[in-house]
Write a protein that binds this ligand. Structure first.
Ligand code: KG4
Ligand code: ZN
Length: 371
């Protein structure tokens, strides 16, 4: 099909309830980025989960059910549209907390049915991985580093539904490690932005933290040992001086953040070299996506490495790094453009790997609430 598509997207796979309306051009049965975000509404649940130091699945699911219809109505009102103006409804159908993905899938089906529009269940990770097309119209193929609270993988994106994993974390996702370090140091939740704030002015050299797996070939990563080393360094210091001072927390956060940034950058550089061998053109694209892509030190390290490897670097605006519904609407738009749609019997999936042919990574995507 050719012309414009206007798609409502719904997201509720973790602790953000969100709806967005995105419009995009279709030519020759393929979406042509960039897309236009007509409306985006998001209700975070940080305050609901903060007392527990992490996302409580049952609380998240109930809040999604209470808020998703309000978000959808607000997004349509912001865009000045009624449900009948929609060309399709896309909703996160996995991976994520099952209560949340049931909420978005069922709400999406309901709105689509009522509007007489087609429905598409979207892979949340595809939403992150396709963000460079929504924001910059990146042509296929490109390389993307997806770093969030539950996932860490570097993927060659060869089509709207064709992803080849070049490497990933064999244990914790970086966002999860940020969250755990923050909790250990008594900082707030979610931990990533708190650690970044605390690291300002800190000395990244004072604590010598490991760069796990850099001594081994390949693009696989590990963040669990780094997290443990940071915790031990904090505990040892607290014991000798009877507590941690503000400067200590700043130095620990700076050291941790720089170890994560360096590891991600080095492994990404290796993936860029492997991707280049597949002949993606003179100046291929390397993009970053997911919540941890909001981190300034991570972005800076990736920018430098992409330049050194001769890649163009794309990082989404902060609002599109973490979970949001515009990326889900866009992933849906890509599918609708290609003529894909889901049946009314589509079942939500708590697990849904992007590259089904890649061997499962130990632990990756199986731990942590976030997907
Ligand atoms: O993509 P996202 O919103 O949710 C999913 O995991 O899908 O990512 C959330 C994760 C959390 O672990 C959060 O701590 C981390 O991204 N994060 C950050 C920053 N902002 C969010 N990590 C490091 N630095 C940040 N500025
Ligand atoms: Zn996400």
């Amino acid at each position: 099909m050719d012309g414009d598509l206007t798609i409502l997207g719904l997201e509720s796979s973790c602790d953000d309830t969100a709806a967005a309306v995105v419009r995009g051009r279709v030519a020759g049965g393929a979406a042509q980025g960039p897309g236009e975000i007509l409306a985006a509404v998001s209700m975070g649940q940080g305050a609901l989960h903060a007392p527990f130091g992490g996302v409580v699945p049952e609380i998240a699911a109930r809040a999604h059910v209470e808020r998703l219809d309000i978000c959808a109505a607000q997004a349509l009102a912001q865009a000045g549209l009624s449900p009948c103006d929609l060309d399709g409804v896309a909703a996160t159908a996995g991976p994520g907390l099952i209560g949340g993905v049931i909420a978005s899938t069922m709400m999406g089906k309901g709105i689509a049915w009522g509007a007489g529009a087609p429905f598409l269940g979207v892979n949340h990770l595809a939403g992150h991985a396709l963000t460079p097309r929504l924001t910059d119209g990146a042509p296929f193929p490109y390389l993307v580093l997806l770093v969030s609270g539950g996932h860490c993988q570097v993927l060659a994106v060869e089509g709207h539904d064709a992803f080849r994993r070049l490497g990933g974390s064999i244990d914790d996702a970086p966002g999860e490690a940020f969250d755990k370090i923050a909790r250990h140091l008594g900082l707030g939740f979610p931990g990533g932005p708190e650690v970044e704030r605390a690291a300002q002015g800190g000395d990244p050299e004072r604590f010598a933290l490991p760069r796990p797996l850099l001594d081994r070939p390949g693009c696989d990563m590990s963040f669990s040992g780094l997290k443990t080393a940071a915790r031990r360094a904090a505990d040892a210091l607290a014991e000798t001086q009877g507590g941690l001072r503000d400067g200590d927390v700043a130095d620990l956060c700076a050291a941790f953040q720089s170890a994560v940034a360096e590891t991600l950058a080095e492994k990404s550089a290796r993936a860029m070299r492997a991707f280049r061998e597949t002949g993606p053109g003179a100046r291929p694209v390397f993009a970053v996506a997911g919540g941890v892509a909001a981190n300034g030190a991570v972005r800076a390290a990736l920018t430098l490495r992409a330049e050194a490897e001769g890649f163009s670097f794309l990082a989404p605006p902060l609002a599109l790094c973490g979970d949001n519904a515009a990326i889900i609407a866009w992933a849906g738009l890509e599918g609708f453009a290609a003529g894909v749609r889901s049946g009314w019997d589509l079942a939500p999936r708590p697990r849904w790997p992007l590259d089904a042919t890649a061997a499962p990574l130990v632990g990756s995507g199986r731990k942590g609430a976030k997907a």
